[in-house]
Design a protein around this ligand. Sequence first.
Ligand SMILES: Cc1cc2nc3c(=O)[nH]c(=O)nc-3n(C[C@H](O)[C@H](O)[C@H](O)COP(=O)(O)OP(=O)(O)OC[C@H]3O[C@@H](n4cnc5c(N)ncnc54)[C@H](O)[C@@H]3O)c2cc1C
Length: 292
Amino acid sequence: MHPFEYAAPETLEDALALLHEHRDEAKVLAGGQSLVPLLNYRLARPRVVVDINGLPLDGVRADDGRLRLGALVRHHQLEESDTIARHCPVLREAARLIGNVRVRTLGTLGGSLAHADPAAELPAVMTALDARLTVASASGRRSIAARDFVTGPLTTALAPDEIVTEVEVSTSPARGFAVEEFARRAGDFGLVVVVALVRVDRGGRVADARLALGGVADRPVRAAAAEEALRGQEPTAAVLAGAAEIARDRLDPPSDAFASGPYRRLLAGVLGRRALARAVAGAIQSEGAEAR
Ligand SMILES: Cc1cc2nc3c(=O)[nH]c(=O)nc-3n(C[C@H](O)[C@H](O)[C@H](O)COP(=O)(O)OP(=O)(O)OC[C@H]3O[C@@H](n4cnc5c(N)ncnc54)[C@H](O)[C@@H]3O)c2cc1C
């Protein structure tokens, strides 16, 4: 590693003051699962590393139809917390797909969003959930919609002196969900990840559908046309396959060392169909349970 100064502030104010002072020359350290490799390869050469692990940012609170998650909530908490499972179970399903046990033990929600890997599960899930991020700097706080937060590969709307402090999602009633991905090996980032959230009405028609994809562009994308095509429809296999095709046909994924663009596009269609089918099945089941 390139040498750097290490600071472990105990309050958010102290951490923000350090970032304000050092701006571009400082880096926040959370779980270290992405930053430490970057430091090891000297792809990041900060003069100061600000370790935020001592800050009280690991809370999980559910009230007023909202679930609020501190930025330091670890991936394993997303997997294991009863509160999260009760109010937003799609987060548990997504977290289980991340890396391996070591990565999930240390890696954090805020770190995953701030790192903004285009194929990461949590940015795609937060895009589907219409989550909002609270970010703080020495001059105040602001709220950013998840879909505006990632601005390119490994690039976000965060200013160098800002810290993500909290992520807020609505705790949706009677919604089916599914996260589908295809990775070359267990524990790898998925080549493509698809998140589907579906709500059906009493008559079994689609009341609301959300489809978000990762690994198909420089940031997570919402398949708005597919969502629109599903609204009000009876979710037959043909309708779901049609919606997945609409989503797929609007994509132009990049090629890289792991997969070609056309292959990613094909995966998006197949995984989209599977995710929608599973989410619809869950939605019908939970709508039935609610009606009883
Ligand atoms: C072997 C391996 C496999 C992995 N597989 C997957 C996978 O399948 N899916 C997946 O999504 N991820 C995967 N990851 C990445 C993992 O999820 C990381 O935990 C995550 O990307 C970054 O979280 P972190 O807390 O470790 O952040 P760090 O590594 O500490 O930081 C990452 C970046 O975010 C910034 N940052 C961190 N927290 C904040 C904050 N609160 N506010 C502002 N900036 C912040 C840092 O400055 C840095 O730029 C893998 C990692 C490894 C090592």
